[in-house]
Design a protein around this ligand. Structure first.
Ligand SMILES: Cc1ncc(C[n+]2csc(CCOP(=O)(O)OP(=O)(O)O)c2C)c(N)n1
Ligand SMILES: CC(=O)[C@@H](O)[C@H](O)COP(=O)(O)O
Ligand SMILES: [Mg+2]
Length: 628
C-alpha cells in the first residue's frame, strides 16, 4: 500500500516520521500528474507546492488552524491530504471535486477562492474574528508572487501591519505568474542576495559616504549614486518590514525538513509574519518544469510525454482575437493592447512580439489596467483592454468612473464570456451582459461566430466611445467560410439581423447562443413548428425597431443568452417592449436563473442549466402547446 492511501486526514500525516515525507511527496506528484493528465487542471502550480503543503499540514492543525490559499489553483496536495484522495479523480468534473478550495467541500477549506490576491484580506479577517472570540489558533495565507502584483494584497498588508494581528503570510515565489511575472516588485523579489553582493554594495556605499564632504561641482551625480547604492540595499524583507511584518527568507521551498523547522519556529510569533519561500513551478515533472506556461492550466495530455491529446484543429475565439489584433494594429498605429497577467490566455502573444512598444502587461491588476487604458485614451490612443469576463468584475468602478463617464474610446475585449467549464463558478463569465449594459455610453456586442467576431472588433476600434465585445471560451464554429470575405467590414451599431423566418415562434438570441437557436429551429421544424431566428448582435443599443416589429407579427417570443437572466439580454428586450408600449405577447427568457453555475464540461453544464438548443425546443413546444 502506498503512503498516500494511509492518509485520510492531516492527523494521519502527522503520524508519519519525517524521513518518509519525501516519499509521500513523490507519490503525491505521481497522483497529481496521473489525474490532471485526464481531467486537465493547474498542473505546474500544484507541483510547485507539494513540499510546502506537506510541511504546513505537518506543523499546523488544519482545520483548527485556518489555511487560506490564494487563487486556490495550487490546492491539490491540500485536497489529497484532507480526506479527498479517494475522490481526487473526479477533479473538476460535474459533481466531482472542485479545482479550487471551497468552504462547502471540506472543513479544511477555510475560504473559497478562484480570483487572485484575496488571501491576506481573508486571512486577516479570520484572524481578527478569532481574537474577538479569544481563540488563539493560527491563520496562514499562502500567496504567489504573481498574486502579489494586485493592489488588494497591499491593502491587506497595510491593515495587518497597523493592527499587529497574528497572521502568517507565506509568499510562494516561483518568479512566475501564468507567464513570467512582471513589474518592479517581481525584480525586487528575484534579487539574489549573496554575501558577496551585500559586501560589494556596503563597500560601494562606504566609499560614497567618504566622498560626500567633497560635494561640489556635481552634487546631482553624487546624490544619484547615493540613491542607487541605497536602493541596492532594499531587500524584499525591507518591503515587508515597512508594513510591520516580521520577514523570514527566502528559503528553499522543496526541502521539507527545512520548511518544517522554520514553520515550527514562526508558528507562535504574535506579530504578522511573512515567510518568503522559493519554489519551482512544475517541479518534479520534466515537461511542466520546462514549459510551466503551457502546464499552468492544461487540458488532457499524455502523462508519459506531456503531449496534448484530443485537440481539434479549429482555432479558438481567443486565437482569432489575437490574429485580428495584429491585423488591425498593422493598419492603425494608435491601437494599444492591455492585458492583466494573461498574455497567453488572451491570445495577445503574437501582438506582443510584433508590437512590443504597444503592448502592456500590467500584472494581476485589472482595475489599474482599465484606468491605465483610460489615461492612454485621453492622449488619442485606442487601447484594447483584454480581460476575462470574470476578472473584469474587479474593475467595475474603473469602467464606469474612468472610462464611461467621459465616454473615452476604450475597447473591452471580454474573453471567456458565458460558461467556461471546469474552472467553475469563480470563472464563468455570466454577469457581463448585465453589468456592462447598465452603464451609460457603453456599446455591448457579442458575436454569433468567428466572422462576426472579426467584424465586431473592426467596429469597436473605429467607434469613438467605450465598447465591449464579449466572446466565449472555446473553439470557433468553423462554419460559413463564405462569410470571411466581409470580415474587415464594420457593422452598423445597434442593428440586428434576421437569420431565418417562420411564423410560429420568434427566437431572439445573442452571441454564441445564436448557433443554439439555429439548431433549435431545425429541431422544431421536424416537429412542425416554424421559427424566425434573430441574431441580435447588440445587447446595447438594442435593435428595438426590428424586434418590436417582429414581436407584433409573432407574439410568441423566446430570448436566448448565456448570461444571468437578471438584467441580461432578455431583460433588455422586455424593458424595450415595455417602453414602446407593445403588449399582448408571451415571452420565455432562456439564460441562467438566479443561481451560481458549478464546474464541469461546458456541454454538460449547458444541458443541466438549460441554456442549450434542447431548452429552446422545450420552451417553444410549451408555448405552442399552451396555444392549442
Ligand atoms: C483577479 C484574477 N486575475 C487573474 C487571474 C488568473 N490567474 C490565475 S493564477 C494566475 C497567476 C498567479 O501567479 P502566482 O500567484 O504567482 O501563482 P503560481 O501559479 O505562480 O503558483 C493568474 C494571472 C485570477 N485568478 N484572478
Ligand atoms: C486559475 C486561473 O484563474 C487561471 O489559470 C484560469 O484557470 C485560466 O483559465 P483558461 O484555461 O480559460 O485560460
Ligand atoms: Mg508565481
Amino acid at each position: 500500500m502506498g503512503l498516500l492511501e494511509t492518509i485520510h486526514s492531516p492527523a494521519d500525516l502527522k503520524r508519519l516520521p519525517r524521513s518518509r515525507l519525501p516519499d509521500l511527496a513523490r507519490e503525491i506528484r505521481e497522483r497529481i500528474v496521473g489525474v490532471v493528465s485526464k481531467t486537465g487542471g493547474h498542473l505546474a502550480s500544484n507541483l510547485g507546492v507539494v513540499e510546502l503543503t506537506i510541511a504546513i499540514h505537518y506543523v499546523f492543525d488544519i482545520p483548527t488552524d485556518k489555511l487560506v490559499w490564494d487563487v486556490g489553483h495550487q490546492s491539490y496536495t491540500h485536497k489529497l491530504l484532507t480526506g479527498r484522495a479517494d475522490r481526487f479523480s473526479s477533479l473538476r468534473q460535474f459533481g466531482g471535486l472542485s479545482g479550487f478550495p471551497k468552504i462547502t467541500e471540506s472543513p479544511c477549506d477555510a475560504f473559497s477562492t478562484g480570483h487572485s490576491s484575496t488571501s491576506i484580506s481573508a486571512g486577516l479577517g479570520i484572524s481578527c474574528a478569532k481574537r474577538l472570540k479569544n481563540d488563539d489558533s493560527r491563520v496562514i495565507a499562502v500567496i504567489g508572487d504573481g498574486s502579489m502584483t494586485a493592489g488588494l494584497a497591499y491593502e491587506a498588508l497595510n491593515q495587518a501591519g497597523a493592527i499587529h494581528k497574528e497572521l502568517i503570510v507565506i509568499l510562494n515565489d516561483n518568479e512566475m505568474s501564468i507567464s513570467p511575472n512582471v513589474g518592479a516588485l517581481s525584480s525586487l523579489l528575484s534579487r539574489t542576495f549573496s554575501g558577496k553582493f551585500i559586501q560589494d554594495r556596503r563597500k560601494e556605499f562606504g566609499e560614497l559616504l567618504r566622498s560626500l564632504p567633497k560635494i561640489g561641482s556635481d552634487a546631482y551625480s553624487l546624490a544619484k549614486r547615493a540613491e542607487e547604492s541605497i536602493k541596492a540595499f532594499v531587500t524584499p524583507g525591507m518591503l515587508f518590514e515597512a508594513f510591520n511584518f516580521e520577514y523570514f527568507g527566502p528559503i528553499k521551498g522543496h526541502r521539507i525538513d527545512q520548511l518544517i523547522d522554520i514553520l515550527e519556529n514562526i508558528k507562535n510569533l504574535d506579530e504578522p509574519v511573512l515567510l518568503h519561500v522559493a519554489t519551482t513551478k512544475g517541479r518534479g515533472y520534466g515537461p511542466a518544469e520546462s514549459n510551466p506556461v503551457y502546464f499552468h492550466g492544461v487540458g488532457c495530455f499524455d502523462a508519459e510525454t506531456g503531449n496534448r491529446v484530443n485537440c481539434s484543429d479549429l482555432p479558438s475565439y481567443t486565437d482569432v482575437f489575437g490574429q485580428t489584433m495584429v491585423r488591425l494594429a498593422e493598419k492603425d498605429p494608435n491601437i494599444i493592447a492591455v492585458t492583466a497577467a494573461m498574455p497567453e490566455g488572451t491570445g495577445l502573444g503574437p501582438f506582443s512580439e510584433k508590437f512590443p512598444d504597444r503592448f502592456y502587461d500590467v500584472g494581476i491588476a485589472e482595475p489599474h489596467g482599465v484606468t491605465f487604458a483610460a489615461g492612454m485614451a485621453t492622449e488619442g490612443y485606442k487601447p484594447v483592454v483584454t480581460i476575462y469576463s470574470t476578472f473584469l468584475q474587479r474593475a467595475y468602478d474603473q469602467i464606469i468612473h474612468d472610462v464611461c463617464l467621459e465616454s473615452l474610446p476604450v475597447v473591452f475585449a471580454v474573453d471567456r464570456g458565458g460558461i467556461v467549464g471546469e474552472d467553475g463558478p469563480t470563472h464563468h463569465g455570466l454577469f457581463d451582459l448585465s453589468y456592462l449594459r447598465a452603464i451609460a455610453n457603453m456599446v455591448v456586442m457579442a458575436p454569433m461566430d468567428e466572422h462576426e467576431f472579426q467584424r465586431m472588433l473592426v467596429t469597436a476600434v473605429n467607434h469613438p466611445g467605450p465598447v465591449a465585445v464579449r466572446y466565449p471560451r472555446g473553439k470557433v464554429t468553423g462554419e460559413n467560410p463564405e462569410k470571411a470575405e466581409k470580415n474587415d467590414q464594420p457593422l452598423a451599431i445597434g442593428k440586428a439581423e434576421v437569420l431565418c423566418s417562420g411564423d410560429d415562434i420568434l427566437i431572439i438570441a445573442v452571441g454564441h447562443s445564436v448557433p443554439e437557436a439555429v439548431k433549435a429551429r431545425q429541431m422544431l421544424a421536424h416537429k412542425g413548428i416554424s421559427a424566425t431566428v434573430v441574431n441580435a448582435r447588440f445587447v446595447k443599443p438594442l435593435d428595438t425597431e426590428l424586434i418590436s416589429g417582429l414581436i407584433q407579427k409573432i407574439p410568441r417570443v423566446i430570448t436566448v443568452e448565456e448570461n444571468v437572466l437578471d438584467g441580461g439580454f432578455g431583460s433588455a428586450v422586455l424593458e424595450a417592449m415595455a417602453d414602446t408600449g407593445i403588449a399582448g405577447f408571451r415571452i420565455t427568457r432562456i439564460g441562467i436563473k438566479d443561481t451560481f453555475v458549478t464546474h464541469g464540461a461546458k456541454s454538460v453544464l449547458r444541458k443541466h442549466y438549460e441554456v442549450d438548443a434542447d431548452a429552446v425546443v422545450r420552451a417553444a413546444e410549451a408555448m405552442c402547446r399552451d396555444l392549442t
